[in-house]
Structure formats: C-alpha cells, structure tokens
Design a protein around this ligand. Structure first.
Ligand code: INI
Length: 164
C-alpha cells in the first residue's frame, strides 16, 4: 500500500503562477499579500527577480480561466493559484461569473494536468469578503498552502516508479 501525500517542507523546486482579478481589488490585493506571505515563509523566492513565481493580473474573475490556461500550457509552472472576489450584493450576474470562473478553472486543471487552486471568494457582502481577506482570516494564506500541497503531491505521484 502506498500513501501518497503532499509536503510543505521543500518547495524549492516549485514554480508557481498566481492569477489575480483586479475587480474588487480592495479584497484581491489582500488575498495576494496573504498568499505571498505564506509562499515566502515556505521558502519560495517572492522577490521581483524571482524565477520561481510570476503574477498575472486579469480584469475580473471571469477572465481567470483563460489566463490560467495559457500559463498552464506554457509548461513553466507546477501549480497555479487564482485569486478573485465575487460579491453577490453588488453583482446581478453573480451566478454567471461564479459559474464560469469555477467551471473554467476546474476544466483548466483537468485538461492540462496542472493543479489550479480555486481562490475565488464568493460572498453576499463586501464585509464578508474583507473578513475572509484579512480582517478575521486571510484565505490567501490557505490558498498558497493548498498550492504547495498540490504541487508537492503531483510531484510525488509523478516520481513514483511502477513496481515490477
Ligand atoms: N468580476 C469579479 O471578479 N467580481 C465581481 O464581483 C464582478 N462583478 O461584480 O461583476 C466581476 N465582474 C467582471 C467580470 O469578471 C469580467 O471581468 C467582465 O465581465 C469582463 O469580461
């Protein structure tokens, strides 16, 4: 029996792409800073000269899938993180944006084999979004942790040798 799981201790070989939506950037900027804080504390080089980390900005969450797809296909990254905030109270087409973003991101992951973390907050109010982006807890940190786990897990799966 094999137990296959991701680790958080050696992220030195991971190359990570982060795709961030500008819409509701009061929230997404905070998610990004939580995300970068977690990556940095796990040994990822987050400086401007880093060749381990790239950050792409898109207009809104609706555009997260296409840019994630392009980055995933580039072959440059082991894992991608998407960050966005869709707020029901201010968005008559909330369901459309959330549905396209979530289905699109899942499809990119499956089609390319590159894990894409779904870091899109979907809340009823701006207050709830801000609470999840730092006032109470910064989920950007959690999304980064999930990316480290998935990157490491995929690596563990790929490096297993078939038993003879
Ligand atoms: N994009 C978001 O990320 N969050 C939102 O709450 C939102 N609202 O409110 O509409 C939003 N809209 C923009 C959308 O994601 C696209 O960028 C736009 O429709 C252009 O394709």
């Amino acid at each position: 029996m094999a137990i296959i799981e991701g680790r958080f201790t050696d992220a030195s070989n991971l190359r990570i792409g982060v795709v961030v939506a500008r819409f509701n950037d009061l929230v997404t900027q905070k998610l990004l800073s939580g995300c970068l804080d977690c990556l940095e504390r796990h040994g990822i080089n987050t400086t401007d000269s880093s060749d381990q980390l790239d950050i792409a900005w898109v207009p809104g969450s609706f555009e997260l899938p296409i840019v994630s797809q392009s980055l995933a296909r580039s072959g440059k990254y082991e894992v991608l993180i998407t960050l966005g905030a869709v707020i029901r109270g201010d968005t008559p087409h909330f369901d459309v944006v959330v549905s396209e973003a979530s289905k699109g991101i899942a499809a990119v992951s499956r089609d390319t084999g590159i894990p894409v973390i779904f870091g899109v907050l979907t809340t009823d109010t701006m207050q709830q979004a801000l609470e999840r982006a730092g006032i109470k807890n910064n989920l950007g940190w959690n999304f980064a942790l999930q990316a480290l786990e998935m990157g490491s897990l995929m690596d563990a799966i790929q490096s297993r040798k078939p038993s003879s």
